[in-house]
Every structure is written in structure tokens, then in C-alpha cells.
Design a protein around this ligand. Structure first.
Ligand code: NAD
Length: 556
């Protein structure tokens, strides 16, 4: 198919579709894979707003503009196996000479020199068409829809249940805000873990999307109705989820007035971006959209004050016994800027629930079937169940996910795997492709929220034992290791999750196409990537990471 016909079929803005099946459009699977995953990121079943090339997380984009998408497609269709494409904040800017085991795409998104690293500078550059916000997996073409965050959220809620509620969320009420691309995983994760869930989102369309994908059970505009449903369900131990169209702070205020204290309280509104993400209290969504354009500085001011109000309600609930944590959206930081001086009186979710997993090199391992055939994912599910019979938690997750998770775009799966497990899984997938048991290659990637790939002092690296929270040498070492090891595409971003100035992080995706080349690359990349997590946490003084350093012969 020539380039023009390809665009017409797969990239007729805003209608994006990944090619499926096992026939190549590009010159090899190494370039076909990023091509399919870019288009998959922009597919309306996956992306929150394809019209603006926004994939998730407020304004997280897959490419700078439509012209850039088309040019990336053209370059990937033509790219040779000794060339690598350079992407600068979502725009293709050139190609360099490399070799067959080198990454085919090298991506840098949203990076700013530290003293300039703030939203004001970013917005100026964006206005002039010079940059885009890549979030984490949006600009690195490995967002897989809400399933991507589902298991992480599930792991967090289960870890919380283990710490505070003897391992069960039955008869427990979880309350949160934000039901967007990532936050939309909360209701399903909560009910999968056995709890009752109430979440607020100001935008009814976002809740409707969760209803359509079976991530939430009910939607209402009435606080009273929502309250009555969840309180009855909690009493009966029913795992039901309700989405309320409301400002998150308003919902908490009403719950407090009714003397209702959630068992678990968190938030996933897009607070990381006080102008283009969080919607201030007291105005309608339409008014907010207008104010954003008309008077961004007034918008920001109102947004910060609303976050302060929101967090003050959370603190009040915490004082009444709610287990309260920040869920990685930098809400506490902006609430503090808005006047909530005690905003940091509750912890982030990483130190409380995720860091012990990071010390084992564990993180959100994910893979997608480039064939588009769900059977290929079911084959990988079964292979992992057989390969890791001791990993009961993972098996329970895969079995539940098979029943409850609707695929969005290319079929994919996620599960948290650690050092040793990731390499083993990657080699199994490569063999399944080699033996023809899977109909086309698989790509394996992960979130940038991982054990050794991110520096984010209000999130992944909050409260490190040795105080090294803000040291961003680690994600750079991760990037360099994965580039040297031969990932198929690599990326380095700034500002993901928590916004400009607050994080730096690296991503990688690797192809399993059944070849010997892929086997060599997998053995290096899926070994090195989790190893970096163990090394980073051992260096910071975590004793369990030290034990793993010895267990996996990583000491020097
Ligand atoms: P999103 O933009 O898709 O969704 C945010 C939602 O918040 C939207 O639906 C919006 O309508 C709603 N919202 C905004 N202001 C509100 C208010 N005052 N009251 C009620 N609803 C409001 O973003 P997302 O992808 O769901 O991500 C949410 C946040 O979580 C972001 O800040 C993101 O950076 C962060 N995040 C967390 C993790 C994690 O692991 N916990 C991972 C990635 C991103």
C-alpha cells in the first residue's frame, strides 16, 4: 500500500487505527511495531481525545500535531534496520545511522533545562509550537488504555487492604475523585478487590466512557442517590462502584456534612496541571473551558485555591480515621501553593504501598499483540500461568482480567513482574512467536512509573531513605542501559504524572518477533531494566533491595 493510501486507511485525522494481522507495511517488524503502537495510542478506543492527539493524563500527547503524525508514519514506513528515527517532543526531526540491534526510535519529550522547568515556560513554548507534553506512555507510544493502570491500582488497593484491613476490602468504602484515562481504573480495581467505590468527576463524558467499558457500575448526577447506593452496598458487603458528576471537593464536603468517613480516601483528578487539568470549584465545566482561554492566570489562582479546599477536606477525613493517600497527581504540592499548609500531612502511595515491590525490581510489565487477535493475548496469559505457578497473585489477576477487562485497541495485558520474571516472560513470548503459536510479534513495554526509571520527589522517589529523592541520574542511567541493551524504542520525558518541574523519567519498549536478534536484545533489556530498580533502591539503603542485589548477583 502506498503512503497516501496508508494515511487514508489508518490515519485520517482524527480517525486512527493500527494495522492488524501479520503482513508488514513497514520494512521490518522493528519499524512496524512503533508504527502500530503510535496509531494504537491515538485510536479513539484508547485515547481520551484523538482530535487533539491527547492520549491521557490531562494533555499527554502522542505527537506534536497532525503534520508530525503523518511525517512519523512516512519515516517509519521507509526506515531501514540500520537507522534510528529521532523524535523531539512529538515531532520527527531526523534520522541517524545505527545498527540492527539499536533502538529504531529515540524519543525525547517535554524536557526543559531545570531553571526553566515550569508550566509557564512550557505553555509559552507550546503556544509557539516548539514542544508537547508527553506524559509518560502517551509520548512513548505504549499507553494501552485504562487496563495499563488497572493492575497498579489493584495492587495498591490490595496492599492497603493487607496493611489496614486484614487483607479484605469487603464492607469498606473507597472514595476518590477523577475518573479519566488513569483515574477511571479506580472503580474497577476497587470492586475487583472486593470494596464499594464512590468517585466524583466534573465531566459526565468521562464517567460515560467508564460505563461503556464496564469499568464502573452506575452513574448519577445526584449526590443523595450516590450516597444511598454506596452506603447500602457497604453495609451489605457488595462490591459496587458509583460515579457522581460533581466537583471532587464538593462531594467530600457533603460526605463530611453527612458524617460519612470513607475507609480509604484518595484522588486522581488531573491536579498535576492546574490550568489544563484540574477544574476549579464553583464554576461549570463550560465556564472553566472559557476561563482557561480567556484568563489563564485567574484560572490557575482559582485552581490552586480549590485544590487547597479539596485537600483540607481530605485532611479532615483523615483526622476522622480515613486511610488517606496521594495517588500520584501532585495534588498536595498545588494545594500547598493554594494555601493548604498541611497538605503533606498525608503520604503518597509509593512509600506506603509500592516501594517494597520496587525493591524486588517489580513494576508494571505490559505487552500488546500486534496481530490485533485477542487469542494471542490469551495464549500469552496461559503461558505465564504455566511458567509462574508460584505467583498466585499474578495468576489471580490474569484470571480476573480475562473475565472483566475489555480490550481497548490492540489486545494487551499488564501484570507486575520483577527481576528474573520479566526476562523469562519475554523469552517465552519470543519463543511463542518463533513457533507460530502467536500469529504476529508481541511488543513488551512498561510505564515510566517503574522501579529504576524515574525521579519524582512527590511520587516515585518521595521520602527515599538516603534523601536522594530529586537525583535524576537514575532515570538517565536507565535510558542509557536500555539504549545500549537494544530496546526497540526508548524515551526520556520530563513532567509526567506530577507536572513540569517535578519529575524526569525513561521509557522502553522491546519487540519479540521470534528472531535470534530479539532473543539477544530481550536477554539484555529485560535483565537490565529491573536490575536498575534493585541497584537504585539498594544504593538508597533499602535492605530488601540489598538482599535482591545479592540474590541476583548484581553487587560490584
Ligand atoms: P485525565 O485528564 O484523563 O482525567 C482527569 C479527570 O479529572 C478528568 O476526567 C476531569 O474531568 C477530572 N477533574 C478535573 N478536575 C476535577 C474536579 N475538581 N473535580 C472532579 N473531577 C475533576 O487524567 P488521568 O489520566 O486520569 O490522570 C489523573 C491524574 O493521575 C493525573 O494527574 C496523572 O498525572 C496522575 N497519574 C497517576 C498515576 C498513578 O499511578 N497513580 C499514573 C499516571 C498518572
Amino acid at each position: 500500500m502506498d503512503y497516501t493510501s496508508f494515511l487514508k486507511k489508518y490515519a485520517n485525522h482524527p480517525n486512527y487505527f493500527s494495522p492488524t494481522g501479520n503482513k508488514l507495511n513497514a520494512k521490518s517488524w522493528q519499524t512496524e511495531a512503533p508504527l502500530r503502537m503510535l496509531l494504537n495510542n491515538l485510536n479513539a478506543d484508547v485515547a481520551e481525545d484523538p482530535n487533539n492527539l491527547i492520549v491521557y493524563g490531562g494533555s499527554g500527547q502522542a505527537a506534536r500535531n497532525v503534520e508530525s503524525v503523518e511525517k512519523i508514519i512516512k519515516m517509519l514506513l521507509d526506515l531501514e534496520n540500520d537507522e534510528s528515527l529521532l523524535i523531539q517532543s512529538g515531532k520527527p526531526v531526523g534520522k541517524v545511522r545505527t545498527h540492527s540491534e539499536a533502538p529504531r526510535v529515540l524519543i525525547a519529550n517535554s524536557n526543559l533545562v531545570p531553571a526553566w522547568a515550569n508550566w509557564e515556560e512550557f505553555d509559552k513554548l507550546k503556544e509557539n509550537g516548539l514542544i508537547m507534553y508527553g506524559q509518560m506512555t502517551a509520548g512513548s507510544w505504549i499507553y494501552i488504555g485504562t487496563q495499563g493502570i488497572l493492575q497498579g491500582t489493584y495492587e495498591t488497593f490490595v496492599a492497603c487492604a493487607n496493611q489496614h484491613f486484614n487483607g479484605s476490602l469487603r464492607n469498606k468504602l473507597l472514595v476518590s475523585g477523577g475518573l479519566g484515562g488513569m483515574g477511571g481504573a479506580q472503580p474497577l480495581a476497587a470492586t475487583m478487590a472486593g470494596g464499594t467505590f464512590l468517585g466524583a468527576d466534573i465531566d459526565p463524558k468521562r464517567i460515560e466512557k467508564r460505563l461503556a467499558t464496564n469499568y464502573i457500575d452506575k452513574m448519577t448526577y445526584s449526590y443523595e442517590e450516590a450516597r444511598d447506593i454506596v452506603m447500602e452496598a457497604k453495609l451489605k458487603g457488595e462490591n459496587i462502584s458509583v460515579g457522581l458528576v460533581s466537583d471532587a471537593g464538593d462531594m467530600l464536603e457533603k460526605l463530611l456534612n453527612d458524617n460519612i468517613v470513607p475507609d480509604i480516601l484518595t484522588d486522581q483528578t488531573s491536579a498535576h496541571d492546574p490550568i489544563h487539568g484540574y477544574v476549579p470549584n464553583g464554576i461549570s465545566l463550560e465556564e472553566a473551558i472559557n476561563l482557561r482561554k480567556k484568563n489563564p492566570s485567574e484560572y490557575k489562582d482559582r485552581s490552586l485555591k480549590s485544590m487547597a479546599r479539596h485537600v483540607n477536606f481530605m485532611l479532615k477525613m483523615k483526622s476522622k480515621g480515613a486511610i488517606t493517600f496521594d495517588y500520584g497527581n501532585n495534588l498536595r504540592e498545588f494545594a500547598k501553593q493554594g494555601g493548604a499548609n498541611n497538605a503533606f500531612d498525608f503520604n503518597g502511595f509509593v512509600p506506603d504501598y509500592i516501594r517494597p515491590l520496587f525493591c524486588e525490581g517489580k513494576g508494571p510489565f505490559r505487552w500488546a499483540a500486534l496481530s490485533g487477535n485477542p487469542e494471542d493475548i490469551y495464549t500469552t496469559d496461559q503461558a505465564l500461568i504455566e511458567a509462574f505457578p508460584e505467583n498466585k497473585n499474578m495468576i489471580r489477576w490474569i484470571e480476573e482480567a480475562r473475565k472483566k477487562v475489555k480490550f481497548q485497541g490492540l489486545p494487551c495485558r499488564i501484570c507486575w513482574l520483577g527481576m528474573g520474571e520479566r526476562e523469562k516472560a519475554g523469552l517465552i513470548f519470543n519463543n511463542l512467536v518463533k513457533q507460530g503459536k502467536i500469529s504476529a510479534p508481541i511488543v513488551i513495554g512498561r510505564d515510566h512509573l517503574d522501579c529504576g526509571s524515574v525521579a519524582s520527589p512527590n511520587r516515585e522517589t518521595e521520602g527515599m531513605l538516603d534523601g536522594s529523592d530529586a537525583v535524576s541520574d537514575w532515570p538517565l542511567l536507565n535510558l542509557m542501559s536500555n539504549t545500549a541493551g537494544g530496546a526497540t524504542w526508548v524515551s526520556f520525558h520530563h513532567g509526567g504524572g506530577v507536572g513540569m518541574g517535578y519529575s524526569q523519567h525513561a521509557g522502553m519498549v522491546i519487540l519479540a518477533d521470534g528472531s535470534d536478534r530479539a532473543e539477544s536484545c530481550i536477554k539484555r533489556v529485560l535483565y537490565n531494566d529491573p536490575a536498575l530498580g534493585i541497584i537504585r533502591h539498594s544504593d538508597a539503603g533499602y535492605s530488601s533491595a540489598n538482599d535482591n542485589l545479592n540474590k541476583f548477583n548484581l553487587e560490584i
